[in-house]
Design a protein around this ligand. Structure first.
Ligand SMILES: [Zn+2]
Length: 274
């Protein structure tokens, strides 16, 4: 790829007053996280579920928390431990550096439930987690709208993918579950995400007349929430969208498309900024 699009990306960041970072599953790949691309992607990360003939859609289903909580917590407990242990990649630090260097107002919108933006140092009140967070719990019933941080220690037997115990609701003592929007999920509590959405809408109003740049990373078209949002921001708010995606980089001009991973693209842009 020629350097020219990278120069345009660097220019867009230099000229912006505010930055919106939009991220999908591909964002975590450079940190070593699986992105569950298709059943094969899911099964190579979790071979146990292939033996059981369970797809990602079937494993990420709230019914397990009612029918067999220790099995439900096997998958989510394993992921919680993985995300707690993961060190966010260099791309997160570069984005934070740009925010600091160019005094950018910013907001993060992510479909990831892994909490990696907050872990990297992004402000909690500037993150919208559209599918919720694995680091927060709710009652499985739910008996109330209460959502609380998950501080439980979770031990998973990796040969059976079962947890030794399940977190419980402090009010009714039934099983708790992650506050994540799962597949076929009618009991997800949206209040935490709705509060984040309100903050994001206020951010958009505050920056209505200002130059926006959108940096989108690893957002696929299978569940297009994040991609559509970036495109809408590009259209409605005249934002320049920088789309970084190794497999599906397509976006119309004047937006910019980079067919590579997040770290590689952000480092190339940084080289032209400094
Ligand atoms: Zn309860």
């Amino acid at each position: 790829m020629s350097e020219y699009p990278y120069q345009q990306a660097a220019e867009a960041i230099r000229q912006a007053s505010a930055m919106i970072i939009t991220a999908g599953a591909g964002m975590g790949v450079d940190s070593g996280l699986p992105d569950f691309r298709g059943n094969q992607g899911f099964w190579s990360a979790y071979p146990m579920y292939q033996r059981l003939g369970l797809s990602f859609v079937q494993a990420a289903n709230p019914e397990h928390f009612e029918q067999d909580p220790l099995f439900g917590w096997g998958f989510y407990g394993h992921r919680t431990n993985l995300y707690r242990a993961t060190i966010p990649h260099q791309g997160f630090s570069l984005l934070l550096e740009w925010i600091e260097r160019y005094q950018l107002d910013y907001f993060v919108v992510t479909s990831n439930v892994d909490g990696q933006f907050q872990k990297a140092g992004f402000a909690e009140e500037r993150v919208l987690e559209v599918h919720g967070s694995i680091h927060h719990l709710q009652c499985t019933v739910p008996c109330s709208n209460h959502i609380w941080p998950n501080t439980d220690t979770l031990t998973i037997d990796e040969s059976s993918m079962r947890a030794d115990q399940a977190p419980e609701c402090p009010a009714c003592h039934r099983v708790a579950r992650p506050n994540i929007l799962m597949f076929g999920d009618y009991s997800w509590l949206h209040q935490r995400t709705s509060t984040q959405e309100n903050s994001f809408n206020r951010f958009l109003q505050d920056n209505d007349q200002r130059q926006l740049v959108v940096v989108e990373m690893g957002a696929g078209s299978a569940i297009p929430t994040i991609r559509s949002l970036s495109e809408r921001l590009g259209y409605r708010h005249q934002a320049k969208v920088i789309r970084i995606n190794p497999r599906e980089p397509q976006i119309c001009a004047p937006h910019l498309s980079f067919a590579c991973g997040a770290v590689e693209a952000l480092e190339q842009i940084e080289n032209l900024l400094t």
